[in-house]
Design a protein around this ligand. Structure first.
Ligand SMILES: [Zn+2]
Length: 75
């Protein structure tokens, strides 16, 4: 389940679930968290943009990176 992915607070290092963070973020926002642009740490209350890299994208990026470094190495 992608919704239960864990994220680490960049301020205090507390680990929490994204679904858990969404329940508390954007309370004043008219979208009521529907924008899903921010997550809020339940421990310290720090709000941060939700930047997560899905596994498939991470693999793709590392593959592209290896292609680039291969190309540079051969020429
Ligand atoms: Zn925190």
């Amino acid at each position: 389940m992608a919704e239960d992915e864990r994220v680490t607070c960049s301020l205090c290092g507390f680990q929490f679930q994204i679904s858990e963070a969404r329940a508390t973020v954007c309370q004043k926002c008219p979208l009521k968290g529907g924008c899903q642009l921010l997550i809020k740490c339940p421990n310290c209350g720090y709000e941060m943009p939700l930047v997560k890299t899905p596994n498939w994208l991470g693999k793709l990026l590392s593959q592209i990176g290896s292609w680039i470094s291969k190309g540079k190495g051969e020429s």
